[in-house]
Design a protein around this ligand. Sequence first.
Ligand SMILES: [Zn+2]
Length: 347
Amino acid sequence: MPEGHTVHRLAAALRAGFGEQRVRTSSPQGRFSEAADLDGWVLADAEAVGKHLFLAFVPDASVDAGAPVTRYVRVHLGLYGSWTFAGEPGFATVHAIGAPRVRIGEREEGLDDGDVDWRRIVPRPTTRLRIAGPQGLADLTGPTACEVLDAAGRQAVIDRLGPDPLRADADRRRFVDRVLASRTAIGVLLMNQDVIAGIGNIYRAEVLFRARLDPTVPGRDLTRGMVEGIWEDLVPLMEYGARTGRIVTTQPEHRDIEARIVERSRGTRQNGDEDPDVVPREKSFYVYHRQTLPCRVCATEIRSADMAARTVFWCPRCQTVRSRRATWTREHPAAPWALAPERSERP
Ligand SMILES: [Zn+2]
């Protein structure tokens, strides 16, 4: 499932492609009939809150986003949703965001094909929503949610979510207080969108490794500094993800150690895997999908177990921090959240 950084990246792509422009909206699949009501409206804004995308539509460019007449299309990609873009040269910096797209038929006119005039691209029958502007189009397929909300409906969704580390208006204290008050394991709390929005299975496993935290430790056993540290580590990790489209949590000095990985699931794939300039996926993570392989730091076998309905991965030797009285292990004297991914890999 796309994690929050992907949805922020989508919002930026949609703003860049359609922002403040009059657009045509349709539902080739027919399952989003409200698209007809917004056809010809102006896409005033696109924003991400956790894994939710909100597209603000106004009937006319003279109306400000947020005016009572504004309608919001809420999209949640879930496991299988994705957006695909096509348009004039330079229209979109990405071709597709979300679940890896599978070509249905050999002769299908693909959106990825640079030779095709985008205006003539026939939507796939599964396209829930098509947005077409003067410069290009975006097709949404397979989302878990796609609905129209008014301002109150949008706010109700946001009010149920925890703070999102990628948003400037995020309230870190709300996350910290919630964790410190809970007897639930930190590995479960991090997956709870009411506690912190936008974190998925990869960030959960990786940020706990970087903090050397045992995933099963109850939130209330952590210190405030530990929980603040998790947040402070997530911000640059997720900003890197939003900028590059990829989750990379390893320090350069750990990348060539035990790089081999067995590709066990589609979940390991990321947009841009084929790009030779990015950190390859077998070097991107400390523990995610590395069960039974040696830890990059201590060579102990990485373990996996079910937690909050998703598999959690951890190193039993590195991740021993459990209680308020615990101190950082001798092998890792520095505060782990001082680690941050390289900021300059993809300018
Ligand atoms: Zn280890």
